[in-house]
Design a protein around this ligand. Structure first.
Ligand SMILES: Cc1cc2nc3c(=O)[nH]c(=O)nc-3n(C[C@H](O)[C@H](O)[C@H](O)COP(=O)(O)OP(=O)(O)OC[C@H]3O[C@@H](n4cnc5c(N)ncnc54)[C@H](O)[C@@H]3O)c2cc1C
Length: 422
């Protein structure tokens, strides 16, 4: 085994290189990345970079001895060979870590997205006091961009097609964030469909035109895997990988499609991985997945390249997390973990409508738990209550069924609710 090629120079790609060395791989590593930058962190882009607190989020990964092919695009894949716009590269093992790309809307090419550090730097230049900004989408990115723009005296309108912001958290929890927009001086339009993005603003489906100096579209991302379409690997809104993060050949590829099983693995946003915990395929475009999944992907790759099996029943060898995400918006830290089911019951902990008491700068925090019919806590959202999240994540991992009355009592610390496995 001589050469492992990593495609994608983001967090997952960079973490893969670190894991390869930490797990004892001493052969050649090539990192192929479409961006000109070394791996950098994206969460600060919509937080510290937009606000001007920092301009450099390069990750402190040791890439010594790694062949860095930056500004290079992978264009295709066949067994043992990665095609790139700079020529083919042979490999013994391959890690797919090409992340995700923002969805754009029909209309003007001037619409902005926020995915790269170059996007963030350019957007920061536009967010001058007095400028008019329309943000399409009141999801995570939209809310964070709106937060910073409003704080910089930009006139912000947020257009959301759904009935509440943060639809990923459901209408009740998302609905409790509506007043945050008004308090920040933002014009939030809910249930507003966009007809067209124009270079000078946004036309709504009802005919209203919202003039803008800049339009930021934050309506989600799609895994960046179109370049794998004729690879013979299975794609399903992401490269399909099993619980060991090993890429699964497509049915029409026949057998392993020529790929040695376990020799192509995936990590991070570009993957659609099989979850044993939830017994379904998962797509989680969040930082922690890109941070943690490379460990499992690399272990699988090295195990199989050393002659072992791609599968292993050791719990450490299986990627089986409870998904976790955080966001900072309107002066609040929001954290979310787990996976609510359609039959979950929502239980609030604290009062989301409470205002800051006299003398205090901020309103008190609150949390929301989703409970399965059998009493298990299956998901938790916290607003400015990080200790709830620490305890809650332990409960989620342990399949705990905390007492609902105690859960909703803010006088009881969540850590006191001992996990009760079902
Ligand atoms: C502005 C912003 C804020 C965020 N905030 C949070 C947050 O607060 N909390 C949270 O949990 N998550 C957050 N995220 C999400 C988190 O940053 C991502 O989940 C994480 O960056 C994914 O890492 P990745 O390495 O899988 O993919 P990426 O970071 O997308 O990296 C993939 C890399 O592969 C490159 N690439 C793509 N195609 C090719 C190709 N064909 N050939 C070569 N290279 C290619 C891309 O250019 C990119 O550099 C945020 C994301 C953004 C953009």
């Amino acid at each position: 085994m001589d050469r492992i090629v990593v495609v994608g120079g983001g967090l997952a790609g960079g973490r893969t290189v670190v894991e390869l060395r930490e797990q004892g791989f001493s052969g050649a590593i090539t990192l192929v990345g479409a961006e000109e930058h070394r791996p950098y962190d994206r969460p600060p882009l919509s937080k510290a970079v937009l606000s001007g607190r920092t301009d450099d989020t390069t990750l402190p990964f040791d890439l010594d001895g790694v062949e860095l092919l930056l500004g290079r695009h992978a264009t295709g894949l066949r067994p043992g060979v990665l095609e790139t716009d700079g020529g083919p590269i042979e490999f013994d093992g391959l890690v797919l870590a090409t992340g995700a790309a923002p969805v754009r809307l029909p209309g003007s090419a001037d619409q902005r997205v926020l995915r790269t550090i170059d996007d963030a730097r350019a957007l920061r230049e536009t967010l001058r006091p007095g400028a008019r900004l329309v943000v399409v989408g009141a999801g995570w990115i939209g809310a964070e961009v709106a937060t910073h723009a409003a704080a910089h005296e930009v006139a912000v309108t947020v257009v959301e097609a759904g009935a509440s912001p943060l639809l990923a958290l459901g209408p009740v929890v998302g609905g409790h964030t509506v007043p945050w927009y008004a308090a920040a001086g933002i014009d939030l339009r809910l249930g507003a469909a966009v007809a067209q993005i124009r270079s000078d603003g946004v036309e709504l489906a009802g005919g209203e035109f919202l003039p803008a100096d800049a339009v930021v579209v934050g309506v989600g991302v799609r895994p960046d895997v179109s370049w794998l379409e004729s690879s013979g690997l299975q794609l399903d809104r992401g490269v399909v990988v099993d619980e060991w993060m090993s890429a699964v050949p497509g049915a029409d590829a026949g057998g392993a499609g020529g790929y040695r099983p376990g020799s192509v693995v995936g990590a991070g946003d570009c993957t659609a991985w099989w979850s044993r915990r939830y017994e379904r395929r998962m797509r989680v475009e969040h930082w922690e997945c890109a941070q943690e999944s490379p460990r499992v992907a690399v272990a699988t790759l090295l195990r199989t390249l050393a002659g072992g099996q791609p599968s292993s029943e050791s719990p450490d060898d299986i990627y089986n997390p409870v998904p976790y995400f955080w966001s900072q918006q309107f002066g609040r830290m929001i954290q979310f973990a787990g996976l609510p089911g359609p039959d979950s019951t929502l239980v609030l902990r604290g009062d989301p409508t409470a205002v800051a008491p006299p003398g205090a700068k901020k309103a008190p925090g609150w949390s929301a738990g989703w409970f399965a019919p059998d009493g298990r806590l299956v998901a938790l959202a916290t607003v400015a209550r990080p200790l709830d999240m620490v305890a809650g994540r332990r409960m989620l991992l342990a399949d705990a069924a905390p007492d609902v009355a105690k859960f909703s009592d803010l006088d009881i610390a969540l850590k006191e609710l001992a996990p009760q496995p079902v």
